[in-house]
Design a binder for this molecule. Structure first.
Ligand SMILES: C[S@@+](CC[C@H](N)C(=O)[O-])C[C@H]1O[C@@H](n2cnc3c(N)ncnc32)[C@H](O)[C@@H]1O
Length: 335
C-alpha cells in the first residue's frame, strides 16, 4: 500500500470521459487530430477509457516513472516534463505532503504545494494548452489555477438502475480502485475563462461565481469560540451516512461529549449572544441547497441518498453564526 502511496498510484476506474462536458471539450479541440500527452500513464488506462467513450485521438505519448505496461515510456516527468504537446489528459499522482512526512515517503523539494497533484497539474498547465485532469474533488475549494479552468465535474458514483434502496450497490465509477476518495475532472483551456461551470456528473450546477454569491460574508468574529466546553451552541459538522444531516443543536444534546481541540466533527461553540438554532439551521439548509455543497469538503463515503458526505468547516460555520453580519441578498433568499 505504501509503495502505491509513494508514487501516488491509484489507477483510474470508471469512465468520466463519457460525460457531456468532456465530450464537448474533446470536440472543441478536435481530439481525433491530436497527439495527446499522458505524462503519468500508469498502465495506460486513460487511452483505453477514451476509446471506450467512443473518442479517439490521433496518437498518444505515454510516460510514467514506473510504467505499468510496455507501451509506456519510463520517465520522471515531474523532473523532466515532456515538451511540445498541446493536449494533455491525465490522472496525476496525488500524495499529501503531511502524509508523505508521516510515512517517511519522499516529496519533491521543488514545490511548496501541500499535495503532489497540485505540482503535477502546474507542470501540465505550464507546458500544455488544453489539459483534462482527474484530481481530488477538494481542488475546487483550493482556489488554484482557476484562470484557465472552464469546467469542473464532481464525479459521483451512480447507483445501478433498478435496484431496491436496500440492496443498492455502486457501479465501478468509483474513480480509484483502492479508495473511495472523492474525485473530480477538471477541464482547462489555453486562454483565460470568464467563469467555471460546475457539474455533478452530467448535471450543470452553475457557474462558480454565481454559486459563491449564495455564501454568507466571511466572518472574522473571534468572539465566536469553537471547542468551548461551556458553549451555548452545539454543532454536528459532518453528514451521517444517510442524508445531509449537518446541523446546529442545543449543547445539552451533546451531553458530556468530550470536546477535543482537534476534533472537527462535533463541537460546542461559545457565542456571546442568544442564538436562534432553528434560524441557523434554516440558513445552513438554504446555503447547502443554493450552492449544491460545492464549498463543503467531501470525504470518503457516499450517503444513502447518492451524494458525498460533507463536512462544514469552522470558517463557514462562523460566517453562518455571525448573523449580525447578514448579507441582504441572503436574507432575501431566505424569505
Ligand atoms: C494516479 S496514478 C494514474 C495512472 C494513470 N494515469 C491512470 O489513470 O490509470 C499516477 C501515476 O503517476 C506516476 N508517477 C508518480 N510520480 C511520477 C513521476 N515523477 N514521473 C512520472 N510518473 C510518475 C505513478 O507511477 C502512477 O502510475
Amino acid at each position: 500500500m505504501d509503495e502505491k502511496r509513494a508514487s501516488g498510484r491509484y489507477y483510474t476506474r470508471g469512465n468520466p470521459f463519457q460525460l457531456e462536458p468532456f465530450q464537448t471539450w474533446a470536440k472543441e479541440i478536435n481530439l481525433a487530430q491530436q497527439i495527446t500527452l499522458e505524462p503519468f500513464a500508469g498502465a495506460k488506462d486513460i487511452p483505453q477509457l477514451i476509446d471506450a467513450a467512443h473518442l479517439r485521438g490521433r496518437d498518444w505519448a505515454l510516460f510514467d516513472i514506473a510504467p505499468g505496461t510496455k507501451e509506456v515510456v519510463q520517465r520522471d516527468t515531474l523532473a523532466d516534463f515532456p515538451k511540445g504537446f498541446n493536449v494533455c489528459i491525465t490522472n496525476p499522482p496525488w500524495l499529501a505532503r503531511n502524509s508523505a512526512t508521516r510515512r517517511g515517503l519522499p516529496f519533491p523539494d521543488a514545490t511548496d504545494y501541500d499535495d503532489l497533484y497540485k505540482y503535477a497539474l502546474e507542470q501540465c498547465l505550464t507546458h500544455c494548452g488544453w489539459v483534462a485532469a482527474i484530481i481530488p474533488e477538494a481542488f475546487i475549494r483550493s482556489g488554484l489555477f482557476l484562470q484557465r479552468l472552464r469546467d469542473f465535474i464532481s464525479l459521483v458514483p451512480q447507483t445501478q438502475q433498478g435496484e431496491t434502496e436496500k440492496n443498492k450497490t455502486r457501479d465501478t465509477s468509483y474513480m480509484f480502485e483502492d479508495t473511495e476518495h472523492p474525485v473530480g475532472l477538471a477541464l482547462f483551456t489555453p486562454d483565460a475563462t470568464s467563469d467555471v461551470s460546475i457539474w455533478r456528473n452530467n448535471q450543470l450546477l452553475g457557474g462558480l461565481n454565481e454559486l459563491r454569491r449564495h455564501l454568507p460574508r466571511p466572518s472574522s468574529n473571534r468572539k465566536i469560540v469553537f471547542n468551548d466546553p461551556k458553549g451555548n451552541l452545539g454543532l454536528i459538522a459532518i453528514d451521517n451516512t444517510v442524508s445531509a444531516s449537518i446541523r446546529f443543536c442545543p449543547p445539552a444534546e451533546l451531553g458530556d461529549y468530550p470536546i477535543r481541540v482537534h476534533c472537527r466533527s462535533i463541537t460546542k461553540i461559545g457565542v456571546p449572544w442568544h442564538v436562534d438554532i432553528d434560524m441557523l439551521n434554516t440558513r445552513l439548509a438554504t446555503i447547502r441547497e443554493k450552492t449544491h455543497d460545492v464549498f463543503l469538503t467531501a470525504f470518503k463515503g457516499i450517503r444513502r441518498d447518492g451524494h458525498y458526505r460533507r463536512r462544514l468547516d469552522w470558517a463557514l460555520a462562523r460566517s453562518i453564526i455571525d448573523v449580525n453580519d447578514l448579507d441582504p441578498q441572503l436574507e432575501m433568499n431566505m424569505e
